[in-house]
Design a protein around this ligand. Structure first.
Ligand code: ATP
Length: 527
């Protein structure tokens, strides 16, 4: 009867402790996990472009798929398992020690061996997990690269090679997994042996003391001991899995602590003088000693550039490929950090002293490589739903897209697929033009914006820019000289510096100017 009470008492205590502890731990871990992965995601969103230049997409995807899954779903379950099994093992050992205290002399060396084996296994398992994560990132990176470059692989008949490399990477990424399975068997066999030794020694002790030991006591102890070997193994396995899952947490926390960040999105509330809600009202722009490099370890691509643009002026930016034309835009949007001493002043405000959320929406851009979001035409034109339907149709008409959108099923609500892939590059640029028209910004940037449209559409866009952006400051990076020949100013970039900056007429008067040679090459004036 006493044994039944002891048994039921121990089991009840175990159950209650277990229930409370797991509940508290699970809630705590789930909350912390959510906090970690949302903070890591926020850091990624605000990482500078140089981070994405140097980190393959596969590596980032691995962290936000496998590691987040380990943190969100596996960590608390493993901890529950550890707690549960540990309580059972401790219960069994306590039971032996209560009834046979002298057996503690045998249990101590076994505990030492247990500690040694489990430490050896855990450190190996941890490294294997690290290796697994690295090789998996490598595999993901190759996979995403192959998908992105599928057209090139097919064009150069390199699909078989890509399949072979993918298989090789798959094989090598599976190696740590097989090794970790082998490691599990290694530890299991040793711990089962330790459990069996404990059982054997207890049996020898019980047989030796058969005249003093009650048969019921011996039965109770053996019933607990029978599963101790397996349980001890399970505790180590769970502990190793727990440590491995903590490795995922460590990788996400590394992002939280070490990821470089873009300048702050919000303007400081203590900024003096406070930013006017009507800024920028004119659109004057001044670059003062601007030096920009894409990464701290790279040479500058803009070198001590200074020029100013009067409000409302139309400026054409020209130069040979790689001269730094697009980098001017990077600097203007503060997409890369400027070197110390650089200033870009927009309507009297140094753009580095305000948050990017106050700067970027005030500059409209029609980029060289336009990307639309998955959704509808309406969403892509007016994501914040601030404009009336009539205004949307009006800008579509100005950019010659109205009839196309009307012909689509759903009109403004017709589907635009991810990246705008169901539209031609030219049409995507026209959607960007419509969006810029709608935003009515004081600064408009066109980066080779008409590179992908036919001549007639190019003329239409240029006309729209002249009429609709008459009051705005426009900077056009031009590949067709004829589109900017009547602009107010021409900025000629050469090797990261401003080589020439004047009216087109003044630059053309000098037959040795770079602009004159570009015009002669294009044959614009002879047409
Ligand atoms: N993401 C980047 N990381 C590192 N260097 C870059 C990056 N983008 C551009 N560069 C370098 O900056 C320099 C200027 O490039 P930029 O794109 O500004 O030239 P561009 O005049 O616009 O050329 P293009 O007319 O061919 O578009 C080039 O030497 C280029 O190699």
């Amino acid at each position: 009867m006493t044994y039944i009470f002891i048994y039921v008492g121990l089991a009840s205590v175990q159950f209650v402790v277990m229930a409370i502890a797991t509940q508290l731990l699970s809630v705590g871990i789930i909350r912390t996990a959510r906090k970690i992965h949302s903070e890591a995601f926020e850091k990624i969103i605000h990482a500078p472009l140089s981070f994405f230049d140097t980190n393959p997409l596969g590596r980032i995807l691995n962290r936000f798929s496998k590691d987040v899954d380990a943190l969100d779903n596996n960590l608390w379950m493993t901890l529950n398992d550890i707690l549960y099994t540990l309580l059972i093992v401790m219960g069994s050992i306590s039971m032996i020690l209560i009834f046979f205290p002298s057996l503690s002399l045998l249990i101590l060396p076994l505990a030492g061996l247990y500690y040694f084996f489990s430490g050896y296994y855990r450190s190996t398992s941890r490294e294997l997990k690290r290796l697994d994560s690295t090789l998996r990132s490598n595999l993901y990176a190759y996979f995403t690269e192959s998908l992105t470059g599928m057209a090139t692989l097919k064009a150069y008949k390199r699909v078989d090679r890509a399949i072979r490399i993918n298989q090789e990477k798959m094989d090598s990424s599976n190696r740590p997994y097989y090794l970790s399975l082998a490691g599990s068997r290694w530890i299991a066999s040793r711990l089962q042996l330790l459990g069996a030794s404990l059982m054997f020694m207890t049996a020898v002790f019980v047989v030796g003391a058969r005249n003093t030991v009650n048969a019921a006591t011996a039965g109770l102890v053996f019933s607990y001991l029978a599963r101790t070997g397996g349980d001890m193994n399970w505790v180590v396995q769970c502990f190793a899995t727990f440590e491995n899952n903590m490795n995922s947490a460590e990788r996400l926390i590394h992002y939280i602590k070490n990821l470089p960040q873009e300048p702050s999105t919000a303007t400081s509330p203590h900024r003096q003088p406070p930013l006017s809600p009507f800024w920028p009202s004119e659109g004057s722009l001044e670059f003062k000693n601007v030096t920009l490099r894409y990464r701290p370890d790279l040479p500058p691509v803009l070198r001590d550039i200074s020029f100013s643009i009067q409000a409302g002026h139309k400026v054409g930016v020209v130069g040979r490929t790689g001269a730094g034309k697009s980098s001017l835009i990077q600097a203007l949007f503060l997409l890369s950090e400027l070197d110390a001493g650089s200033q870009i002043v927009l309507d009297g405000v140094d753009t580095q002293t305000i948050g990017t959320a106050d700067l970027r929406p005030h500059i409209a851009i029609i980029p060289q490589d336009p990307v639309l979001f998955e959704g509808t035409f309406r969403y892509n034109l007016d994501p914040l739903g601030r404009h009336k339907e009539q205004e949307l149709w009006q800008v579509l008409e100005t950019s010659d897209l109205k009839s196309y959108v009307q012909a689509q099923e759903g009109g403004l609500d017709a589907v635009v697929s991810a990246k705008g892939e169901n539209l031609s590059v030219g049409q995507r640029q026209l959607v960007c033009l419509s969006r810029a028209l709608l935003a009515k910004c004081k600064i408009v940037i066109l980066d080779e914006a008409t590179a992908s449209v036919d001549m007639a559409t190019d003329v239409l866009i240029q006309r729209a820019i002249r009429s609709e952006f008459a009051d705005a400051t426009v900077m056009t990076i031009a590949h067709r000289i004829n589109t900017i020949i009547d602009y107010d100013r021409i900025l000629v970039m050469h090797d990261g510096e401003v080589a020439e900056y004047d009216t087109p007429q003044a630059l053309l008067q000098d037959p040795h100017s770079i602009f004159s040679s570009l015009v002669n090459e294009s044959g614009v004036l002879s047409r």
